[in-house]
Design a binder for this molecule. Structure first.
Ligand SMILES: [Zn+2]
Length: 178
């Protein structure tokens, strides 16, 4: 019987931007070096640095082969332009971990395009709530192109105004009191 691989979490910027307490996550955490540069708010940067200093965050550079593969897939699905270079590199990291390290990666992301690619390449993903993080998130759908806020998205997840694939972001997050 094959040994069950241990689960690791791959992080995008959302966990830092939304001030989620990273020490709540009881798994090894992986991301890419460039993520630190993407974080704009002081608070988010601080969370990133603290996780790094505490040895909770493993920074790994995915192989060029993995990066090329994700680029190819995202062009095929049409998600390429909805994803930043950093988003694609995080996806490449998950792919790299799955195929080269002895781990079972789960990507923690709130981004619809990233989730779309992940289901195409059979890598698991989750959001804060599903992980049991004790915060309540209200979602908002928006168009990354024309900035329209969409109340109830259609099944195809296209902007009713300009046809661009819409994205999802946490609108408000509230800690759930015990
Ligand atoms: Zn639009």
């Amino acid at each position: 019987m094959k040994d069950k691989k241990s689960v690791v979490l791959v992080l995008d910027s959302s966990i830092f931007i939304n001030n989620i307490e990273i020490l709540q996550l009881n798994y090894p955490l992986f991301t890419i070096n460039e993520l630190g540069q993407e974080l704009i708010s002081e608070r988010a940067k601080l969370l990133f640095d603290v996780a790094l200093i505490n040895g909770r965050l493993n920074l790994i550079e995915p192989s060029l082969k993995s990066q090329k593969y994700i680029e190819k897939i995202s062009r095929k699905t049409g998600d390429f332009y909805n994803l930043s270079k950093i988003d694609r590199k995080i996806l490449a990291l998950a792919w790299y971990i799955k195929n080269n390290l002895n781990f079972d990666p789960i990507v923690l992301t709130e981004d619809y395009s990233m989730q779309n690619i992940l289901s195409k390449i059979n890598i698991k993903y989750t959001s804060f709530v599903e992980l049991g993080i004790k915060s309540l998130i209200h979602w908002e759908f928006y168009c990354p192109e024309c900035r329209t806020i969409i109340k109830s998205p259609n099944k195809d997840f296209k902007c009713p105004n300009c046809g661009t694939k819409i994205k999802k972001r946490p609108k408000t997050i509230r800690r759930i009191k015990k």
